[in-house]
Design a binder for this molecule. Structure first.
Ligand code: HEC
Length: 115
């Protein structure tokens, strides 16, 4: 896994508990460019996984890991703890909000980080 943000940059999360977290995004190396250049026609392939790490905005401590995985029936959503346990999550809310994302249920990085 590698991060599309330069040197695993962290950004303030606007979508998940506003103000609480900084985040970084991680994808397989062959998907990084598509994610960085996300445009309306972008479609990530089946099996693509997008991992979003969260860090407490004040302390910097590692928070939960949000995972999206593209399956035949669409994206699946999950939250994992730091130790890899699946945490209870309202995955319908994930899907609902991400359905409003600009492309392929993905929001992408903040605009000024795109090349
Ligand atoms: C209220 C809207 C909302 C909900 C609910 C939501 N997200 Fe997000 N998500 C966002 C936004 C906005 C971003 C872009 C980064 C940011 O500012 O947080 C994002 C980014 C992501 C990313 C990085 C990929 C991308 O879209 O660019 C993943 C992975 C992710 N969310 C997973 C989840 C999971 C798993 C859940 C449910 C547990 C969830 N999200 C619930 C709004 C939401």
């Amino acid at each position: 896994m590698t991060s599309p943000g330069a040197d695993a940059s962290r950004f303030p999360s606007l979508g998940h508990d506003l103000g609480r977290y900084q985040y970084s995004v991680h994808l397989a190396p062959n998907l990084v460019e598509a994610y960085q250049q996300l445009v309306v026609a972008t479609e990530l392939p089946l099996g693509a996984e997008v991992l979003m790490r969260h860090f407490d905005a004040k302390s910097g401590d590692s928070g939960p890991l949000y995972v999206m995985r593209k399956e035949a029936r669409g994206w699946s959503y999950a939250i994992l703890s730091n130790t890899g346990d699946v945490l209870p999550a309202d995955t319908r809310a994930c899907a609902q909000c991400h359905a409003a994302a600009p492309t392929d249920h993905l929001f992408g990085l903040p605009r000024d980080t795109k090349r």
